[in-house]
Design a protein around this ligand. Sequence first.
Ligand code: MIC
Ligand code: SF4
Length: 640
Amino acid sequence: MGQTQCYKILSSHLVEGELKKGESISIKIDQTLTQDATGTMAYLEFESLGIDKVRNELAVSYVDHNTVQVGFENADDHEYLRTVADRKGVIYSRAGNGICHQVHLERFALPGKTLLGSDSHTPTAGGIGSFAAGAGGLDVALAMAGMPFSLICPKVVEIRLHGKLRPFVSAKDVILAVLEHFGVKGNVNTVFEYTGDGVKTLSVPERATIANMGAECGVTTSLFPSDENTRAFLASQGREGGYVPLSADEDAHYDELFEIDLSTLEPLAACPHSPGNIKKVSELSGMKVNQVLIGSCTNSSYTDLKKAAAILRSHHVHPSVSLGVAPGSREVLMMITEDGTLETLIKAGARILESACGFCIGNHQSPGTDSVSLRTSNRNFYARSGTASASLYLVSPETAAASAITGVFTDPRETGADLSSISMPEKCTVDDSMFLLPTFTEEIKRGPNIGEPPKNTPLPEIVMGHAVIKVGDKITTDHIMPAGARLKYRSNIPHYAEFVFESVDPAFPVRAAEYRDKGESGFIIAGASYGQGSSREHAAICPMYLGIRAVVAISIERIHQANLCNFGILPLIFRNEEDYNSIDEGDELELLSPLASLASGEFTLRNLSKKKEIPLSLFASEKQKAMLRAGGRLNEVKNI
Ligand code: MIC
Ligand code: SF4
């Protein structure tokens, strides 16, 4: 029987285990990427491994998240990242060079390679046929040390695309249709593989948009074949030498099939507060809009901005709308400058924003109270924009531009603009001068906000304490560790820990620390799909710092589960879902014989307040069990 594209790449990189769905495997990682918000911790962790220089094929450190620089912290982080990159053999992409995923796609990603990034949207590179996964900073640090990456051998879902998109319907609408079908939970340890005659109608940046937002479904990664469009894209970047054709065998076996006829899709929007809450734009038509933001790693390519500009040409932004445009990379910015697109945008009244994450992570451009914000980004989680009362809708650049003109939700098909001639150019404007290559000479500089990554203690014989908080379903890592205004504390765990669960229960950190200081082990009780979204390992590190020893949930998402194990927090799952109802916040809990239970994976939680025993399961590999016993991966450093 033939192989899927996914299993072809996995088998050529397999280090440990058997390529069988559900088995624990380890693969060799060719390329790594980090970004500044997760990067400082990743490089501090890398330093703690005591290794001179990175051992994988290519390591790139991007500065794109925290570029607003209010206060000294971000600039100090950048200086640490620049100097540690130089010292350890990492390419440094300076602030201003663009968003990691867009830049990596343009300059480094290659079909058939494996890429691990400390950012959940690393699968963007799946658009070029790379097996690209997001992970916590520590996993990326270990990959830079040449260690294989462990994952569960995934189930592979074929998404077969037929036909061709109609004008004004775009790649964003394809992935929103995928999200409508698969939802934002229940897709762990799955890979989406795109096939069918519709694939060849999509350019690499369009494919990258689709692969990018597969992350919102919670899949390990998404993959597109490497074909003539891939060759053309690589050639446009002067990288044709990296082209290899790659696709699934004709008779490949898939675990599931989902078919989409591209020609039947219409403009869609993800409604508040989840990327999986999909409606047709036509159903929302007429709703007042206050802010429109075009950019982010999902939709900020050259053709995205050209299409938006074509719709905006000869129009002006509606008086009650603020329109911001953030090109995804310096390359895109240079290209839209050269061909007059930038002028069109400026004439239309767009506010030109830095090539960075910016608004997407709530770093600036927080919308007004109760306002409606249309964005081309990938996440509209509650409070992520910095304004909890705002309603965020995720849409295509076409819908965003059309609505910016009218001031109300507008189906772009109504604009009558001509987008037919817009396509990727044969040659892009390449200028690599904002990458710094390592010289191995810099002295590593650390500002006062940069602290050591804290370590946990080994799993004790008695794990007893309180349910410090009880939360519901779909708690994202944004709920656990806010970004936006708090982002600058990423390198300072004691301070950042003061904001754990800020938007859910601001009293949590003080309560947790009080229990911790009495010598207790804290418990977090959660519903389904706990820890979805961002890869930020701070969502494990900061609760650990506050004394949390176990998360007891209905289900936990892949990257967060790995981060919990990496830092010695037990990720435990209710064997009977309804037991979620038999624990209340404040209940006194005891985990019976934790050390013996670790080996079997079967735990019993005694609720001392309710006098009830609750069976729990641990789904973890043997390696993860060893980490949990040691109190986290950093305590095992001597084994590297
Ligand atoms: C995000 O989109 O949430 C981020 C910010 O890029 C995160 C990483 C982080 O929290 O630094 C991600 O997606 O992993
Ligand atoms: Fe940056 Fe937003 Fe992409 Fe995350 S999702 S990498 S914050 S642009």
